[in-house]
Ligand binder design. Structure first.
Ligand SMILES: [Zn+2]
Length: 336
C-alpha cells in the first residue's frame, strides 16, 4: 500500500501547532471513562487466560517512566500497557478490540517519546493529560476475586500484539480514540487546529443497541442556558423568546455540530459541549417554554478509533488489524 509521507518537518510543525499535551489535554475524550459495561469475566468467546512465562520480548525490553501521583515510577512497557488497557477499555470487550486498544496505547506511548510533554517522565497517568493508568491496587480493589481473570485479558491483549505500533510516514501515529461515535467518526481537522490524513471521518458500526446511554440529554432552564451562554459570549442577544435563541447548526462532514448560532453569535460545537458537559458534539436542540434540551449521541470527540465501534467490529469477526485499518486509514503496523 502506498502511503503519503508526513515528513519529519511536517511532524515538527504539527507538534508546534498542536503539542501532544494540548491535544490530549484539551480533549479529554481519548481517556473519557468508557461506561462500565461489565467488568467480570464474560463468556465472550475470547482467548483463554494467558499469563506469559516472561514478559514479551519487545514490550518487556522498554522501560516506561510513568508520572503517577506526583512520583515517577519505572516499569516495563508491558506492565504499563497491561494496566493502561484495563484503565481505558472494559476488559469484557472482545479480545480483538482489546488488542486494537493495546496497539493504540502502545502507539500513543511512542508518540509521547517523540513529542515529550513531561520533564523527567515519558507519560503520566492523568486521563485528562496523557492516558488513564491505574495500578494493581486499584484493580484488585475494584475487581476483588475476579482480578486475576480480568487482568489476564488485558495482559494477553498486550502480549498478543507485542511491539506493534501504528506508523505514518515511518513515525508513530497520533492514535487518538474515543468511546463511541454517531455513525461516523470525526475528521481531526473539525475538532483540532490541525488535520491528520489518517484521522479522517470513517464509518463506525455502533448503535443504541450496542452502547449504553448512546443518546443522552441535558435539560437546563432557560435562565441557566442564557446565563451560561452570556458568560462565554456576552454579546449574544437572548432577549427574545426561548424558541428563537438557537438557529440552524452548521454541521461537519460527519454530521456533528461544527457551530450553531445562538443569540446571533456563532458558537462552536466543541465549546457548547464543554459549557454544558455534553457527551459529544453530535447534537440536537429543543428550546421551548422555559427550558432548553441538548441531546447528544455517542461519547467523545469522535476522532480516531471508536472503542465501542471496535468492539462491534470484533464481535462481527474483524481482527485487530482490520479494526485499526478502519479507524486509522493509511497507517502501517510495524514492530517497535
Ligand atoms: Zn501527561
Amino acid at each position: 500500500m502506498k502511503v503519503m509521507v508526513l515528513s519529519s518537518v511536517a511532524l515538527v510543525l504539527f507538534a508546534l501547532i498542536f503539542p501532544v499535551a494540548a491535544s490530549w489535554n484539551t480533549l479529554p475524550e481519548p481517556t473519557d471513562p468508557v461506561p462500565d459495561v461489565t467488568e467480570g469475566p464474560t463468556e465472550d468467546g475470547g482467548s483463554p487466560f494467558y499469563v506469559p512465562d516472561s514478559p514479551p520480548a519487545s514490550d518487556g525490553a522498554v522501560t516506561v517512566r510513568l508520572l503517577d501521583g506526583g512520583e515517577v515510577r519505572e516499569l516495563s512497557l508491558f506492565d504499563y500497557l497491561t494496566f493502561s488497557v484495563a484503565s481505558e477499555m472494559p476488559v469484557a470487550f472482545a479480545p480483538e478490540a482489546l488488542r486494537a486498544q493495546a496497539v493504540a496505547l502502545r502507539t500513543f506511548y511512542m508518540y509521547t517519546l517523540a513529542h515529550p510533554s513531561h520533564e523527567g517522565a515519558d507519560i503520566c497517568s492523568d486521563s485528562a493529560c496523557c492516558a488513564a493508568w491505574h495500578g494493581e491496587d486499584f484493580f484488585r480493589n475494584k475487581w476483588g476475586a475476579d482480578y486475576e481473570a480480568n487482568i489476564a485479558k488485558a495482559r494477553s491483549a498486550v502480549s498478543d500484539t507485542d511491539g506493534l505500533i501504528l506508523t505514518f510516514g515511518g513515525q508513530p501515529a497520533l492514535a487518538a480514540f474515543h468511546s463511541s461515535s454517531a455513525g461516523r467518526t470525526e475528521d481531526s481537522g473539525s475538532v483540532w487546529s490541525a488535520s491528520l490524513p489518517y484521522l479522517v471521518s470513517v464509518e463506525s458500526p455502533e448503535s443504541a443497541e450496542t452502547v449504553p446511554n448512546y443518546v443522552s440529554g441535558v435539560t437546563v432552564s432557560a435562565t441557566e442556558f442564557r446565563d451560561t451562554i452570556l458568560g462565554a459570549y456576552p454579546e449574544a442577544d437572548l432577549s427574545g423568546p426561548v424558541s428563537a435563541w438557537i438557529g440552524e447548526p452548521v454541521l461537519t462532514g460527519s454530521g456533528r455540530v461544527s457551530s450553531v448560532p445562538i443569540g446571533g453569535v456563532s458558537v462552536p460545537g466543541t465549546v457548547l459541549r464543554s459549557l454544558f458537559g455534553l457527551r459529544s458534539t453530535a447534537l440536537s436542540f429543543e428550546a421551548s417554554g422555559d427550558t432548553v434540551t441538548l441531546t447528544s449521541t455517542g461519547y467523545g470527540h469522535g476522532v480516531g478509533m471508536s472503542q465501542y465501534g471496535a468492539n462491534v467490529m470484533a464481535s462481527e469477526g474483524a481482527d485487530f488489524r482490520e479494526i485499526l485499518a478502519n479507524y486509522y486509514p493509511g497507517t502501517e503496523l510495524r514492530e517497535l
